[in-house]
Every structure is written in structure tokens, then in C-alpha cells.
Design a protein around this ligand. Structure first.
Ligand code: GAR
Length: 208
């Protein structure tokens, strides 16, 4: 039976597309995306999912308290029984209720080398801080913001003439590369967690 991914997003949906493209290309084998959920009306990612024939639902979060909203999303996820929930530009902190229901089965992608620059506009934060290397991180999700055990990271050198836009674009290329790879590692179970460390069976990212 195919492994089942659900994707939560709030906007553009390019990381969702990277996951879908990887499945189509066989880089994420025996896997399907069974549902895409957006908390925002009009999120382009929803339209992109529909164009690919992937079930997509808008569950608006506006005006709802965090756990009340998460209960709606968990109910939608329960209908499709995912093996893995991928947050792909989902701009909300999950409630303890949600995390507990899918503990160890939720991944997030964040555009910085965590634990540096959690939260919003990570690429701008990196530029303003003056770091020489930025990047992206795929990590398990826990109750804290951008905080769970790290599965994969990629480094992106910062150039003197970078703007938030140019840096974001180069980081995004790496996001699209490592998110499907991390999803495959987790879905295939080729890792173990020791404390905060995710130990890959191959001993080498990309070879799990
Ligand atoms: C991505 O850069 C992702 O890393 C970031 O939002 C963007 C979504 O783009 N996520 C966060 O900042 C989460 N803290 P996408 O909708 O094209 O995938």
C-alpha cells in the first residue's frame, strides 16, 4: 500500500509542488499526497493541488481559537489517515492537541539554519544579522515554534549583494531539494531519534 502524505499550507505552495513532483518522478516512491489543506482562502497552493487532481480543502482559521481550529484540521486528516503530515508554508503554530495526535509524523520546512532565525521572515533576519551562511531546515514538529529534531539541513552562502528576495530564491531551491528527501527518509523509517538528534541509518544525509 502506498504511503500517504497530507500537506498543510497557507500560500504559494511551491514546497507542496516539490513533493508532488518528486512523487511523479519516482524520487519519493510508493507515496501519494492524499489531501492538501489551506487555512487561507485563495491560497495559490490550493489551486495548484486541484490542477493536479489532488483533493484540496480550505479550512479557514480566521477568528478561531488555536485548538478549536486544529480540531477541525485533525478531523479532516483523520478522514484520509495520513502516514505523514507535511507543513509547507503553513503559517500557524500547532496546538499541543494536534502535535499529540500526530507526534513523530509531522514535518516542517523552515528557511533558515535552525535554531537560528525561527519565526517570520527568516531570510531577512539572516541578512540583517549579517551571517555569511543561510539555508533551510526540515524538522519534526513539536509544541514549540520551529523547534523539533532536525532531519536535514542545506547551507546557502550569502552574497554581499543579496536582498531578501534573491536570498529567498536560492534557499527555496534547496528547500525543494531537501523536503522530498526528508519525507522519504521519514516515510521509509530509515532513522532513529536519540534525544534531539535524528540519526540517519546510512550515516549520511541523502543516502538513507
Ligand atoms: C517557504 O520558504 C517555507 O520555508 C516558509 O514559507 C515558504 C513557503 O513557500 N516557511 C516558513 O517560514 C515557516 N516558518 P511555499 O508556499 O512556496 O512552499
Amino acid at each position: 500500500m502506498k504511503k500517504r502524505i497530507a500537506v498543510l499550507l497557507s500560500g504559494r505552495g511551491s514546497n507542496f509542488e516539490a513533493l508532488a513532483d518528486s512523487i511523479a518522478a519516482g524520487r519519493l516512491p510508493d507515496t501519494e499526497i492524499v489531501l492538501v489543506v489551506s487555512n487561507r482562502e485563495g491560497a495559490p497552493g490550493i489551486e495548484k493541488a486541484r490542477q493536479r487532481g489532488i483533493p484540496a480543502r480550505v479550512i479557514p482559521s480566521k477568528g478561531l481559537e488555536r485548538e478549536a481550529y486544529d480540531r477541525l484540521v485533525v478531523a479532516a486528516l483523520d478522514e484520509v489517515n495520513p502516514d505523514l503530515v507535511c507543513l509547507a508554508g503553513f503559517m500557524r503554530l500547532l496546538s499541543p492537541y494536534f502535535v499529540e495526535r500526530f507526534r513523530g509524523r509531522i514535518l516542517n520546512i523552515h528557511p533558515s539554519l535552525l535554531p537560528a532565525f525561527p519565526g517570520l521572515e527568516a531570510q531577512r533576519q539572516a541578512l540583517e544579522h549579517g551571517v555569511k551562511f543561510a539555508g533551510c531546515t526540515v524538522h519534526f514538529v513539536d509544541e514549540n515554534l520551529d523547534a523539533g529534531p532536525i532531519v536535514l539541513q542545506a547551507v546557502v552562502p550569502i552574497r554581499d549583494d543579496d536582498t531578501p528576495d534573491t536570498l529567498s530564491a536560492r534557499i527555496l531551491d534547496e528547500e525543494h531539494r531537501i523536503y522530498p528527501e526528508a519525507a522519504r527518509i521519514v516515510l521509509e523509517g530509515h532513522y532513529r531519534i536519540e534525544g534531539r538528534r535524528v540519526i540517519l541509518e546510512s550515516g549520511e544525509p541523502g543516502k538513507a
